[in-house]
Design a protein around this ligand. Structure first.
Ligand code: PHE
Length: 375
């Protein structure tokens, strides 16, 4: 039989050990010592079973009360220890917001995007607006309307990627092989919105695709198309426009062009445009006539007067409207202007080559601001 004195002593012992426990683990050890299966208070409770009924009636309330007190005490202490631990963590893990932030890596403008912006800016000065068309094009707009009917041999030079889906206009859907379908789309839209037609001056920059891959060809590349339609446009306008554009783009007054007769199904007559260069330590530097000693001509772009069949298929009257078109590789222009020699470096995503040029979006705010994004 336990005396009240013994229960008091046990209670005091428990309270002082609870107060001494400074960690959750130590507190748990105290709990086990008193209230666990083998704990001293648990042993007292068990001893009730061996007592006579009267004895049990006399003892039980005090032992139950002790167990309740100790268990409440432990719960209070646990709460206190937990909130102290939290306080400590908050103090230790405090963020110092006055520390300098780590430098965020700054992006830069891709050379191709940079050149597209430059082109849009130069042509805007000449009164051209920017037109766009889909990269997934239908057979008719990419080929047939550009005077390349289904069996036309020129289609072979434009070997591209086809989709299984039939296009609404016959043939299959495909990745456009050039930006020339934007000519067709622009003329069709003009014919629809302005019956009788209207003068047009557009450039159409964007991605094009051909199944081709080596150091100078990638399956995806960029072109910019130019189109001028009016009542009395002739080859002289084409030559002046290209000269003005190339002088502005290469920032040289001594750019000399050579126009050679050529063939494209969608232009008649067609002209291939070469630009004169000089050799400087084996490097080609644009400028001057290619016929001068030590100079040469470099093929730069295709152009011509828009074939009247294309104008008719695009919904305009070829007896009223005529004009010129040209198409030039944007990647090619970027390589020439910024002295890059491997086309693949543009597209393999190595940031080191992009950092090397570091075109900044803020240095040169341009009119087109994100032509590529709108395509
Ligand atoms: N579309 C032609 C090509 O991709 C280029 C071109 C455009 C030629 C416009 C003449 C007129 O090769």
């Amino acid at each position: 039989m336990e005396t009240t004195h013994e229960l008091d002593r046990l209670g005091q012992d428990a309270r002082s050990r609870i107060a001494e426990a400074t960690t959750i683990d130590a507190l748990e050890a105290v709990r086990i010592a008193f209230l666990g299966k083998q704990g001293s208070i648990s042993a007292l409770l068990k001893s009730l079973g061996r007592m006579s009924a009267e004895e049990r009636q006399a003892q039980a309330p005090a032992i139950q009360a002790l167990r309740q007190q100790v268990s409440d005490e432990i719960a209070r202490r646990r709460e206190a220890l937990e909130s102290a631990a939290l306080e400590q963590r908050l103090a230790a893990e405090r963020l110092d917001l006055t520390l300098p932030a780590p430098q965020a890596p700054g992006g830069s403008v891709h050379p191709v995007a940079q050149v597209m912006d430059e082109l849009a800016e130069i042509f805007a000065d000449l009164g051209f607006s920017v037109a766009t068309g889909p990269e997934i094009e239908d057979d008719w707009t990419n080929f047939t309307a550009l005077n390349m009917p289904e069996s036309h041999p020129a289609r072979a030079m434009h070997d591209t990627f086809y989709f299984p889906d039939a296009s609404p206009t016959g043939g299959r859907m495909l990745l456009r092989t050039h930006t020339s379908p934007v000519q067709v789309r622009t003329m069709l839209a003009t014919a629809k919105d302005h019956p009788g037609g209207a003068p047009l001056r557009i450039i159409a920059p964007g991605r094009v695709y051909r199944s081709d891959s080596d150091a100078t060809h990638t399956p995806m590349f960029h072109q910019v198309e130019g189109l001028v339609i009016d009542r009395d446009i002739h080859l002289g306008h084409l030559k002046w426009t290209l000269e003005t554009f190339l002088k502005a783009f290469f920032e040289r007054e001594d750019i000399v062009l050579r126009l050679r007769p050529s063939y494209f199904p969608f232009t008649e007559p067609s002209v291939e445009v070469d630009v004169g260069f000089a050799l400087d330590n084996g490097r080609r530097v644009l400028g001057g006539s290619g016929d001068a000693p030590g100079h040469g001509w470099m093929e730069l772009l295709g152009s011509g007067m828009v074939n009247r069949r294309v104008i008719a298929m695009s919904g305009l009257d070829p007896d009223v409207w005529q004009g010129f078109a040209f198409g030039v590789g944007v990647d090619r222009l970027a390589m020439l202007k910024y002295g890059m020699d491997d086309l693949r470096a543009f597209f393999d995503g190595d940031v080191r080559s992009l950092r090397h040029y570091r075109f900044s979006a803020f240095d040169q705010p341009t009119l087109s601001a994100g032509v590529g994004a709108r395509a």
